[in-house]
Design a protein around this ligand. Sequence first.
Ligand SMILES: C[S@@+](CC[C@H](N)C(=O)[O-])C[C@H]1O[C@@H](n2cnc3c(N)ncnc32)[C@H](O)[C@@H]1O
Length: 229
Amino acid sequence: MRLRRIPGVREKLLQFPQWLTLEPAQYKGRWREYFAEKAGLPATEEKELHLELGVGKGNFINTMAQTCPDKYWLGVELREEVLLQALTKAEAWQAPNLTLIWANIERLGEFFAPGEVNRIYLNFSDPWPKVRHSKRRLTYRKFLEIYRQILQEGSEIHLKTDNRGLFEFSLEEFQECGFQLREVTFDLHQEKEKEQFDLSAQVMTEYEKRFVGLNQPIQRAVAQVLPKG
Ligand SMILES: C[S@@+](CC[C@H](N)C(=O)[O-])C[C@H]1O[C@@H](n2cnc3c(N)ncnc32)[C@H](O)[C@@H]1O
């Protein structure tokens, strides 16, 4: 999707300090404390930490955070123009349990301690269809190893995409890297079991709404980090 450059977009991002964490590395291993303080809760508050990678315009993470106030929500996004829209949505409902990180996903290991994250969502990640670009796909094994590091044992990665090539590649990478797959569907919105799936299967992203509008099938899978041993 082509987005027009917004003049002064960087300065505009800085107008959302409540929802944009500019130095995420300083909270490594301390995200629960960060959120508890932000929400005026006791620092001992143990809530799950959920992370969306490539939030785009932010409909998914904002809806999930609003619907699940019992969890803390973190999103990572590199492109300023879409991040600005995600931040505007967070401000509109004064999100107490959500923050966004303006960074490259490659740097996740700098921001999260081992096992700190309870779940990762990958929604409509860039497909990088050319084979020579396959290492850029967010489900390439180098990325899966980073995710495994920061995820708690037994926790999950929830993946949705419209791109069959990326989906098949991802399923192979998950299996090669020892993740356990379930809820694998090649057409989520026609899936009989859909209502039994997690809320993340029901809440649509901006890309998803567009593809569903075009009658394109959405693929989805859950990959679980197996305990070592
Ligand atoms: C195809 S869009 C999907 C956006 C949103 N998840 C949706 O479904 O509507 C992919 C998003 O991931 C972001 N992205 C891709 N690679 C990234 C990276 N390495 N670090 C941070 N963001 C990235 C892009 O900027 C883009 O906004």
